[in-house]
Design a protein around this ligand. Structure first.
Ligand code: AMP
Ligand code: MG
Length: 489
């Protein structure tokens, strides 16, 4: 179909053997449920003369936009610590890459688009609920300023998929800086050897980290840049209370974007042990474990890249090890940078890390709503500490920390008004709260998109308190029991 998208499929062109060309399988009755017009404009996607039905056909895989060349990407990965040498796009197809008017390159991928050579025992399809969930949460993350894949559209397929019960099928269109994962590198290291890993690394450098090409050892530089990007990413998750839920190495993008929204969710009350995912029985991917897992995953990346890094350096093992040893301090620096913004501190003072860490300690076991606390804290200088300390089971615990913070901000150069504004720009009012997400998805699956649209509206303008949106800022009612999330499979 002549859609007018400027495809330029560099991965398919340059990395032959790294993927399987594949054709889309049409679905019965595609219906466009949501379309991200703003993102489409940013990408420079043309829709001249296309009807909504045409869009539904494109985003369902029933019609191919001109210039698309669908491929399924190969990858491997450590899943819950176990190496699986053969994963790959089992229910997704990369349509191709478009270059936006500002010169950025994006992958456009259909997810839930049918079986591929990598489907193993899966049906290649997605249920509608998880497709809508990925759209909602990834767009919320983008609005929160977190590097993330984006969502361009969701269609209902008009077909059923069999999960625990029969559910309506859905296809989401994902937009990513690229789909190169830690697991992609692992696939080539495990099956094909250093020549292929080097080719993939060269491609990744050119596409994401061109500065690495100037380094003495570009592959070591690439490793370091990916490490920093992932440390910064996970720090942002921790600043916001986001749990990815399934940080397998195949779900970590080398670009540093959040990818693969499956059993993800935001914490409500602060507890580092929080786990929502039904399959994470050991708590491997618990909220507080995420920085440790990020480092564990980078060790796997280091292993996969080592032969290529070592080609140019006899001390490669020592250098990769030394970088990995720096992960904790680089992560903490990124986390603290985010905490300074959340706490309204512009000057760097020595005690800041302790102050921020003591807040986390104070919140633990106190059922403090993580998101609400920071918004309340911003009001404390004007309205008194009670507004924030009341969120603690024992307000005295909150009060004690707030007193420390009040002393700290006295020595900071921001004015009171600027601090309030800065904190409100760093701390969201609206996040996709679990009970609201469930409510919106349940209605959407019954055919009522209104609650979904309204929640999406709230969470895509997360910092701006608006009349009429109060319900999205409130914690779940007590009747909303322990929350469990499921992978989108
Ligand atoms: P995920 O848990 O979504 O990160 O997926 C892990 C692996 O399972 C990937 O290789 C997916 O492509 C594959 N997979 C997940 N769901 C399906 C499905 N319904 N059909 C085929 N493959 C799937
Ligand atoms: Mg995945």
């Amino acid at each position: 179909m002549a859609a007018g998208w400027s495809f330029d499929n560099s991965f398919a062109r340059q990395l032959e053997g790294f993927y399987a060309p594949w054709q889309l399988e049409p679905v019965a009755a595609p219906q466009l449920l949501h379309f991200n017009r703003g993102l489409a404009e940013r990408l420079g996607l043309g829709f001249n003369g296309l009807s909504e039905a045409d869009l539904a056909r494109i985003f369902a895989g029933n019609a191919l936009p001109e210039g698309a060349d669908p491929i399924a990407l190969a990858y491997a990965g450590h899943q819950f610590g176990q190496f699986n040498p053969q994963l790959g796009d089992g229910r997704a197809l990369l349509l191709g890459e478009v270059v936006s008017p500002d010169g950025q390159r994006f992958d456009i991928q259909l997810k839930g688009s049918g079986r591929t050579p990598f489907s193993r025992n899966g049906d290649g399809r997605s249920a509608l609920g998880p497709a809508l969930r990925e759209y909602l949460v990834s767009e919320a993350m983008a609005a929160l300023g977190v590097p993330t894949t984006r969502s361009l559209a969701v269609v209902a397929t008009g077909e059923k998929v069999q999960r625990e019960r029969a559910e309506p099928g859905g296809i989401s269109t994902r937009v990513a800086a690229s789909h190169i994962r830690v697991g992609t590198v692992q696939f080539f290291a495990a099956h094909l050897g250093p020549d292929y890993v080097r080719q993939l690394a060269d491609y990744t450098i050119a596409r994401h980290y061109p500065a690495a090409a100037e380094a003495e050892n570009p592959y070591l530089a690439l490793f370091e840049m990916v490490m920093d990007a992932q440390a910064a990413l996970v720090a942002q998750w921790m600043n916001l209370g986001f749990i990815h839920g399934v940080m397998n190495t195949d779900n970590m993008a080398l670009s540093g974007e959040t990818i693969d929204y499956g059993p993800c969710a935001f914490i409500d009350s602060y507890d580092p042990r929080t786990v929502f995912s039904s399959i994470d029985t050991q708590g491997r991917y618990a909220f507080g474990n995420q920085p440790f897992i990020a480092r564990w995953n980078l060790i796997q990346l280091g292993n996969a890249m080592l032969p290529v890094i070592a080609e140019q350096d006899d001390a490669a093992t020592e250098k990769v090890t030394a970088l990995l040893e720096q992960f904790p301090e680089r992560y903490i620096a990124a986390w603290l940078k985010g905490m300074r913004r959340k706490l309204g501190l512009v000057d760097v003072q020595e005690g800041d890390l302790d102050l921020a860490s003591r807040l986390m300690k104070a919140m633990e076991g106190q059922s403090v709503d993580f998101t609400r606390f920071f918004r309340a804290l911003a009001r404390v200088p004007a309205e008194g500490p009670g507004i924030a300390s009341a969120l603690f089971d024992d307000p005295a615990v909150g009060e004690a920390w707030i007193a420390e913070w009040l002393t700290r901000i006295e020595g900071d150069s921001l004015s009171a008004a600027d601090r309030r504004a800065a904190m409100d720009a760093a701390n969201p009012v609206y996040i996709p709260r679990n009970h609201k997400v469930e409510e919106a998805l349940a209605a959407a699956i019954e055919g009522d998109m209104a609650p979904y649209e309204r929640l999406l509206d709230a969470v895509t303008r997360p910092f701006e308190e608006r009349d009429g949106f109060e319900e999205y800022a409130r914690p779940a009612p007590d009747s909303f029991g322990p929350y469990v999330t499921f992978c989108g499979t």
